[in-house]
Design a binder for this molecule. Structure first.
Ligand code: RB5
Length: 146
């Protein structure tokens, strides 16, 4: 069965989001497109919530959110219980947030990093496993903060 992903973006991030969906769909993933789908200005919390609900419900294994900086998306996503969203700009912390935080949403800034980097970070995020062990206790504590 294909791993199912939810992807969302605002007007600053939809082109990266669309290109990620194209790549991921051709490479064994099932993608749910949570918009936006054009350059018209939209409010990123709406798209963050759509993605986070699909991840929280278990319908999607992971979410990917793209805005201009990735910051607004990460703030919005982390207000959802059960969501551990990580804003990533380089590969090492992208791998570490899967290893240690069991992050389930990747946030990317389309105005901050080239698409090639966004694609690399997406691949790292989706192929790196959670370490568990002592990190599980800490991850469980995160849910109790909301
Ligand atoms: C939109 O102009 C911009 O504010 C948004 O994409 C994002 O960077 C917010 O954090």
């Amino acid at each position: 069965m294909k791993t199912k992903l939810a992807l969302g973006a605002d007007h600053a991030g939809y082109e990266y989001k669309d290109k990620l969906i194209a790549y991921l769909s051709e490479n064994g993933y099932e993608c749910v497109d949570c918009g936006t789908n054009g350059p018209e200005s939209v409010d990123y919390p709406i798209h963050a919530s759509r993605v986070c609900e699909l991840v929280r419900s278990g319908e999607c294994a992971f979410g990917i959110l793209v805005c201009g900086t990735g910051i607004g998306m990460s703030i919005a996503a982390n207000k959802h219980r059960g969501i551990r969203a990580a804003l990533c700009n380089e590969a090492e912390s992208t791998a570490m947030t899967r290893h240690h935080n069991n992050s389930n949403v990747l946030c990317l800034g389309a105005r901050m990093i080239p698409f090639e980097t966004a694609l690399e970070l997406t691949k790292v995020f989706l192929t790196t496993e959670f370490d568990g062990g002592r990190h599980l206790r800490r991850v469980e504590m995160l849910d109790n903060l909301l």
